[in-house]
Design a protein around this ligand. Structure first.
Ligand SMILES: *Cc1c(COP(=O)(O)O)cnc(C)c1O
Length: 398
């Protein structure tokens, strides 16, 4: 063992790409006494939250919510739109796109994968060719993970929509925005997204346990003829409920938290929130690029146009173990990093930089990673943190 575990003291630096840090004011808001979810005072809070969530999604259409993590909203997006044997296309971006595809297959849908290089991201010509080849329009939907949390890459949804329009394909566009919403620009209505899938514990800085879907009028039409079995997730059933969402008890505490997290996002201003994410992300990338000297770790993404501003995946050099770096960071320095998912296990570690985060938190995390590289004998050019500091200091000038 390269390092000795220590008892965790001080505040843990939580640099996972989800769940994320919960701001103190949101924690306090969540600690609310039990209320009747039909109480008019709660319904006011609820309605305020729904309106705020629509502003974050940039939609004026319907929202349905679920007591369940992002997977629940994934499932809701599938069972409410399709019938057994329907074909959908899923753009391959990494582990999360694969899991969404697996869920669709489990639910008896046929999945056509639009293949892509995980380190470069989708080549839009591949999508164009697949849609153009589908003369009978058997593909009912294109599913796209906006921000692939496993690889640290973003997929420009406007371009996905543009290709669908160019080819004149009538498929629905479904987008997973779980690790982008509230951190990276997302515009449901303007980008022609029919179903947007979101969750509570990433950019919205809330505890895990609530997820939601924004649903377009076109998707509501598809819902009318969908025959996949559904009950808890049924949009039709939800519309008959007083709050037009949630079957069963509404998780009221999470709404007091959401009210506060929306207040924080809007007090800072969404554009400022996005700028902060972009700045912290760029600092991380400058640091990693510096480390990559001396045959050190590299950005997993090899496509600068697709780098994610919420999570960076870092590929350790051949023959070294990303998990060992992660273990040292956690057990010796109390910094929690994300691990490599699926086929990237042991090869990649991830720094999450979304949610309630500032410069010292990101610099503290990078310092610990640099120490962990050193302690585990992973080659790197020392001084990455200084490169990040230089960038952040310069960025604070303007
Ligand atoms: C976290 C995440 C999910 C899964 O959400 P859960 O809340 O863990 O069920 C799905 N997609 C993406 C892109 C994610 O980052």
């Amino acid at each position: 063992m390269a390092t000795k575990p220590r008892l965790p003291r001080g505040r843990q630096f939580f640099a996972n790409p989800g769940p994320t840090n919960i701001p103190d004011s949101v924690l306090h808001a969540v600690a609310h006494v039990t209320v009747d979810f039909n109480d008019p005072a709660f319904i006011k809070v609820y309605e305020k939250c729904v309106a705020g969530l629509k502003r974050v999604l940039k939609t004026e259409q319907q929202i349905f919510m679920y007591t369940g993590s992002g997977h629940a909203a994934w499932e809701a997006s599938l069972v409410n739109l399709f019938s057994p044997g329907d074909k959908i296309a899923i753009i391959e971006t990494g582990h999360f796109s694969q899991n969404w595809a697996q869920m669709a297959e489990d639910l008896s849908l046929q999945v056509e994968t639009i293949a892509a290089d995980w380190r470069r991201g989708l080549d839009f010509a591949t999508l164009r060719a697949a849609l153009a080849a589908d003369k009978t329009h058997s593909i009912k939907a294109v599913c796209a993970v906006h921000n692939e949390t496993a690889t640290g890459m973003v997929l420009p949804l406007q371009q996905v929509r543009a290709v669908m329009n160019e080819v004149g394909h009538p498929a629905l566009l479904l987008s997973d925005t779980i690790s982008s919403l509230g951190s990276i620009d997302f515009r449901m209505d303007e980008w022609g997204v029919d179903v947007a899938v979101g969750g509570s514990q990433k950019g919205l800085m809330l505890p895990t346990g609530m997820s939601f879907t924004g649903v377009s009028a076109k998707a509501m039409e598809a819902h009318q003829t969908s025959r996949l079995p559904k009950s808890y997730f049924s949009w039709t059933k939800m519309l008959s409920r007083p709050l037009k969402s949630f079957i069963g008890t509404t998780p009221t505490s999470l709404f007091y938290g959401l009210e506060e997290s929306l207040r924080l996002l809007e007090e800072e201003g969404l554009d400022e929130v996005f700028a902060r994410h972009s700045r912290l992300a760029e600092a991380v990338r400058r640091c990693v690029r510096h480390w990559s000297g001396n045959a050190g770790p590299q950005l997993f993404s090899t496509n600068p146009d697709r780098n994610s501003d919420t999570v960076t995946s870092i590929l350790v050099p051949e023959g070294h173990d990303a998990e060992a770096v992660r273990r040292t960071a956690l057990q010796t320095f109390n910094v929690s990093l994300g691990g490599g998912l699926g086929p990237l296990g042991g090869k990649v570690f991830r720094i999450g930089h979304l949610g309630d985060l500032n410069e010292p938190m990101i610099l503290g995390t990078l310092s610990v990673v640099e120490m962990a590289l050193k302690l585990n004998g992973v080659p790197h050019a020392p001084g990455g943190v200084a490169a990040a500091m230089e960038y952040l200091a310069e960025a604070a000038r303007s």
